[in-house]
Design a protein around this ligand. Sequence first.
Ligand SMILES: [Zn+2]
Length: 403
Amino acid sequence: MVRRARTAAVILAVATTTAAPVATPPFTGRYVPDRTGHPCALRAVPGVTMSEGFPPDHSVYARATGRVRALVLFVDFPDAQAPSSAQHRYREFFPAATRWFDTSSYGKLDYQPHPVMKYFRMPRSFSAYGVERGYGWPVHERMMQDLLTVADPEIDFSRYDLVNVLVTPNAGPPAQRSVLSVTWTGATAAVSDEGARLDKVSVLYSHDAAGHRVLNHENAHIFGLPDLYAERDFRRTDQWAGQWDMMSLDWGLHGDFLAWHKWKLGWIDDRQVDCVYRRGTTEHTVTPVELPGGTKLVVIPVHDSGAFALEVRSRHGNDRAGCREGVLLYWVRTDVPSGQGPVRVLDANPDTEACSDSSVGFNSRNDAPFGVGQEYRHEPTRTLVKVVSRDRQGRYTVRVTKG
Ligand SMILES: [Zn+2]
């Protein structure tokens, strides 16, 4: 869920936790290539929470390339005392979360966790804070100020780019009942004695079904990515991005990010993105998102805040448990906020689902990828995408026609 702090900054709460018509883009307006940057990097829309557009706002979000120093703290409470060691809690998330970032970023993100390996006892009882799903800014502010009271004397907060607070797992309900994990960015909850602002904080609760991936998901908000799940009607997630991105279902079978997100994070560079904005027919050979190198993304802008995007997904890396391989086609909107469907995956096989024997649920889009010979035609924008071939390295050649 997403909310605004009283400081008017963006606060993200958030969590992890059917066949509808294929996403229907609005077709008013037209696309004017942006001469100032990469032509298909649609501009972020001001005021849209965590817009899918460019450029990333580094006044609010942390950079996701190079060295990122993540402070990891552990907290418990007088009425919820840690049942095991900080090391034990730490191992729920690390080193797996670090490896996940390394793999997904092709080594471009050097994520360095810095744990202070002990539990800090918060001065108030857990129940006194009033933590519940979607809890508000005043609760977070009180917790962060109390955290500084107990932790600031021994920690120099100015040495870190972000903070992960791992809450003792017995505080609050189990994650299966209510997901409390949340990220706060864009407003300062407390200031350390070195003058460091606590404005990029993920707070992790309970034992989440996503395991370490809940931390990857929450930290990705600190890097500026929006939620792709349906915040108001969670079941709708099945018709939006399903299991195709960690910002949708972080316990999904396809555990990587969409190429669009990797591009936003700086893990894919502009040369790996083919931009199709002129009329005519073009062919593109695209390599799997999970493997380094090659063309990763084809973008077909429709207007200034909407584009079709396509990529190849395969069972490698963070997608090794994936359900289906092939060409994944989706619709990106930069004017739709986090949690309200900025990305809609287009389903090549809308009448069927796949891998429904997995425990994940939300399976209608598991067979969304287009295979060789399949095509997608969108009359309102006179766009035709056809998958022409697949080579032995798993690269797909795709033909795009714009009328
Ligand atoms: Zn989220």
